[in-house]
Write a protein that binds this ligand. Sequence first.
Ligand SMILES: C[C@H](O)[C@H](O)[C@H]1CNC2=NC(N)=NC(=O)C2=N1
Length: 96
Amino acid sequence: MAIAELTQAQRDQLLADHPGWGLARDGKAIERKLEFADFNEAFGFMTRVALLADKADHHPEWFNVYNRVELTLTTHDAGGLSQRDADMASAIDALL
Ligand SMILES: C[C@H](O)[C@H](O)[C@H]1CNC2=NC(N)=NC(=O)C2=N1
């Protein structure tokens, strides 16, 4: 399903609203890097994100090594950032 890509002003707002996140891939994605106490904490967090993502039908790209989790949000159906990424960033931030 096609969904609108955010405008420059909306991208700026997204970043202002989500201080932990930074732009990536020429403004086509946002990313956040997290460090937890250990693997158990990191994977527990990933499990909670996975449940959110499945419910929202919006899935992160991510990378995990031991206690580190790197998340990238983009909307494949928009070819860049959309409101779904802003909503997912908010939902993820609320878990932290
Ligand atoms: C068919 C299904 O709803 C789509 O492919 C969903 C699944 N999860 C998705 N996740 C992300 N990050 N972007 C999408 O465009 C997307 N689309």
